[in-house]
Write a protein that binds this ligand. Structure first.
Ligand code: ATP
Ligand code: MG
Length: 451
């Protein structure tokens, strides 16, 4: 029988697609499939990416014994830009009760006012509604008003990259209900309430990139993306040991550490060398040196931006996610290098015991905790009722009408977009380019990659 209450969270990563399935908010399964259609977080082949999503969802369907039609997808922080968005509408000359329709109208007005050319709205986070220009409320429905305003933050993404993602999901044969900002999704599961409020850094060590996102007062306050990740480490190993990418990946996963102090020169393993018949013996310590060098580079590059923006003083420290954080000792490396407290987060649900599942699990959790108002905002953006009627009703029963509080929105997003966001790109020829670090606004970053 078709279950309308199923929700599938999709994390479209450079090296793999992660899908987490929830039934009525309870996680019931998870799936990972390799993805060859992306580089450094960007889609370079829509069909390859679509194929990978399709395989992931086919695995999900096989597990559940029913087809998947709808998903919710995460958007990595590198795509996001924040805009202050305010809307104002007339409700009734003589003062009438505010209806859901009025709320949707004011949300639409706010969203429309803040979308810039070449970008699309992906999420709107209202911070407060204002009745008749003076009374601040969380949820204005059923209150008497002449006019209704809303203040909040609009998250947008470049139309071109969003198009590629939507196309890949569509070609995989499913409908995307809405997008969820991945760093907020991760924050919803990896950070506790105190960390989300008083501040912490999420360091997502993926396959194609590593991102640092500062969360403060429940919002994204600063983000920086380094376009290197686990695949670059694998590439380094393959070059230094003259072995195939596949062997290098296996060696990294089986024998690699993040910290040299954890590796032993006595422990050796054999790898096939390109062009030679006999295998060479390599010790863990040598392998770990290669891994450690790249990790140190990534962490210190990201650390510079974090230091500049005083993020390293935040009480929550650094919470590390992503598949590369399976390298033992990465938390210590980060703690030592950045002089902060650091820990690795991994979901403790069955079948998801990996920091690589933090985003997909977060997408499910974030979607499930969305308030009525959040759903109205999504419905204003995506133009449809975002979930099937039955699922919507079920979710309505569970979620509270109160929105998540977001503070000091206007200054926050100006800081975030104009001066704080940075991207460090390192091209494949790392020797040539090792000193060439580019700090760019997200606008120019995306211009470069998608135009
Ligand atoms: N046991 C392990 N030890 C070391 N590295 C690992 C291990 N398992 C996975 N990885 C690495 O984790 C990386 C993939 O992580 P993840 O799934 O978080 O990335 P992604 O989401 O596909 O990519 P991105 O977020 O960069 O777009 C790969 O480079 C892989 O080699
Ligand atoms: Mg990822």
């Amino acid at each position: 029988m078709k279950n309308q209450n199923l929700l599938v969270g999709l994390d479209i990563g450079t090296t793999s697609i992660k899908a987490v399935i929830a039934d009525n908010g309870k996680v019931i399964g998870s799936v990972t499939t390799p993805n060859n259609g992306m580089r450094h977080g960007q889609i370079v082949d829509i069909d390859e990416t679509a194929g990978a999503i399709k395989r992931a969802l086919q695995d999900v369907s096989d597990k559940l014994g029913q087809p998947i039609h709808r998903v919710v997808t995460g958007l990595p922080v590198g795509m996001l830009q924040l805009e202050a968005a305010t809307g104002l509408i007339n409700v009734g000359e003589s003062g009438v009760e505010v209806t859901s329709k009025d709320v949707k109208r004011v949300l639409q007005a706010a969203i429309r006012s803040a979308v810039k050319d070449g970008r699309e709205a992906v999420s709107y986070l209202p911070s407060r509604f204002i009745i008749d220009g003076k009374t601040n409320v969380d949820d204005p429905r059923k209150m008497i008003a002449h006019s209704l305003a809303v203040n909040g933050i609009l998250l947008t993404a470049p139309s071109s990259s969003l198009h590629n993602l939507k196309k890949a999901i569509e070609r995989a044969g499913v409908f995307n209900n809405f997008f969820v900002p991945t760093p907020l999704a991760i924050a919803s599961v990896a950070l506790d309430e105190g960390e989300r409020t008083f501040g912490a850094i999420i360091l997502d060590f993926g396959g194609g990139m590593t991102s640092a996102t500062v969360i403060h007062q429940g919002q994204i306050k600063y983000a920086s993306v380094d376009l290197e990740g686990g695949s670059d480490i694998t590439h380094d190993i393959s070059v230094v040991l003259s072995t195939s990418n596949k062997e290098a990946e296996q060696a990294k996963v089986d024998y690699g550490f993040a910290l040299p102090s954890l590796a032993s020169t006595k422990s050796q393993f054999a790898v096939r060398t390109v062009g030679k018949t006999e295998q060479q013996l390599v010790d863990e310590a040598y392998l770990t040196e290669i891994i450690n060098a790249r990790l140190e580079q990534i962490v210190s590059r990201l650390g510079k931006g974090l230091k500049k923006h005083d993020a390293l003083k935040l009480p929550g420290g650094v919470i590390i996610t992503g598949g590369t954080s399976l390298l033992e000792g990465l938390d210590t490396l980060v703690a030592n290098r950045l002089n902060v407290k650091a820990r690795v987060f991994q979901p403790d649900q069955l079948g998801m015991h990996s920091p690589a599942y933090a985003a997909a699990y977060g997408i499910i959790n974030y979607s499930n905790k969305m308030s009525d108002i959040d759903f109205m905002a999504n419905s204003a953006i995506y133009g449809t009722e975002v979930l099937s009627d039955q699922a919507e009703m079920q979710l309505k029963k569970e979620r509270s009408a109160k929105r998540r509080p977001i503070l000091s929105e206007i200054k926050a997003q100006d800081d975030y977009n104009e001066s704080n966001m940075s991207v460090t790109k390192t091209v494949s020829d790392q020797k040539q380019d090792s000193n060439k670090k580019e700090k760019k606004s997200f606008g120019s970053f995306f211009k470069k990659f998608f135009d």
